[in-house]
Design a protein around this ligand. Structure first.
Ligand SMILES: Nc1ncnc2c1ncn2[C@@H]1O[C@H](COP(=O)(O)OP(=O)(O)OP(=O)(O)O)[C@@H](O)[C@H]1O
Length: 323
């Protein structure tokens, strides 16, 4: 991506970041910025380099090339100055395992000058039921919630959340999302990684789509959906069926169902047997699709109709699914 001027007042600025393991660059010239009062999502498939990027921002890894600044400081050489100003939630929790959950949180809170109210955090993140359980005995989702509480208890100006709702039940996810919304309203710069499209769509002001260690698209969710050439009102129909169906015929069948308004459909088979049809889906078009499949004796194993999502954008950009 071309380098562009920093956002005025950007809280995080990453420029041309390269991180190699052996001779493999797992982060390969990645640039992004994150502003106060915004949620910046780094979205990409497993292994895209999201965690490595965040760990460079947290000062846990040293870049091989490029620069990283958090609140204008270098996360490695200015670690002590940044510690009280930055909250970090690691993917594996990164918590001491021998202490009881809420004791740990109180201990972390005591390290800050103006911590949040621990009891309030315990309540809103649903930590009370395992408050006296030692960290090593918590479930993955419980650990995640505790790690989030620990990341925000010091009222940081910047928060890094690596896959914040991974392994959580739906109720806990909602609690996490609400807390993220509140942090944003308080002016915190939030950088989160996720491979969950709905999480990015729900939370992100800006999404950076990352693949093979670099940013391949950036923007608000509506910008990204628009940039992939999706007029308002278009819908995607996804279905699984035998691989290698003759898709040209399908486009014309759907065009014919659209009351003579011409072919407005794009049809693709991004993975063998997995199809995505994009256009102005209405009941007639869906009926035409299933009739076309029945004519070819093609049994559909799943079919969903819905508006286009970031998953479709990723598919457009890479020809692959996010997961
Ligand atoms: N310490 C390490 N040594 C060698 N390779 C590593 C190391 N850490 C990460 N990698 C590799 O770097 C690549 C990027 O990993 P990273 O964890 O940054 O990806 P990610 O986008 O966060 O993926 P996920 O969604 O699975 O967490 C992966 O192929 C991973 O195996």
């Amino acid at each position: 991506m071309p380098s562009s001027p920093a956002l005025p007042g950007a809280a995080v600025v990453v420029r041309g970041l390269v991180k190699r393991y052996g001779d493999r660059a797992v982060v390969d010239g990645l640039s992004l910025e994150a502003a106060p009062g915004q949620v910046t999502a780094v979205l990409g498939p497993n292994g895209a380099g999201k965690t490595t990027t965040i760990e460079c921002c947290e000062g846990l890894r040293a870049p091989d090339e490029g620069t990283v600044h958090v609140l204008g400081l270098d996360p490695r050489t200015d670690a002590a100055a940044l510690r009280p100003r930055v909250g970090v939630m690691l993917q594996d929790g990164g918590l001491p395992t021998g202490v009881r959950a809420v004791e740990m949180l109180r201990h972390v809170a005591a390290m800050y000058a103006r911590p949040r109210d621990v009891a309030e955090l315990v309540e809103r993140l649903g930590l009370a039921s395992f408050a006296r359980t030692t960290v090593r005995r918590l479930s993955g989702g419980q650990r995640q919630r505790l790690a989030l509480a620990a990341a925000v208890v010091g009222r940081p100006e910047v928060v890094f959340l690596d896959e914040p709702s991974a392994g959580m039940d739906p109720q806990s996810r909602l609690a996490v999302w609400e807390l993220v919304h509140e942090l944003r309203a308080d002016g915190v710069a939030i950088v989160l990684t996720t491979h969950l499209m709905d999480e990015a769509e729900q939370l992100a002001d800006v999404v950076h789509v990352v693949d093979h260690g670099s940013v391949i698209a950036s923007g608000t969710v509506p910008d990204l959906l628009a940039s992939s050439g999706t007029p308002d009102g278009e819908t995607s129909v996804r279905f699984e069926a035998p691989a290698g169906l003759p898709l040209d015929g399908l486009s014309s069948a759907l065009g014919a169902a659209g009351a003579g308004t011409g072919p407005r459909w794009t049809v693709a088979e991004p993975r063998p047997g997995s199809y995505v049809v994009t256009g102005p889906a209405d009941p007639a078009a869906v009926a035409a699709l299933t009739a076309w499949l029945a004519d070819r004796d093609a049994l559909v194993s799943s079919l969903t109709v819905g508006r286009r999502t970031l998953e479709d954008v990723f598919l457009d950009l890479t020809g692959r699914h996010l997961r």
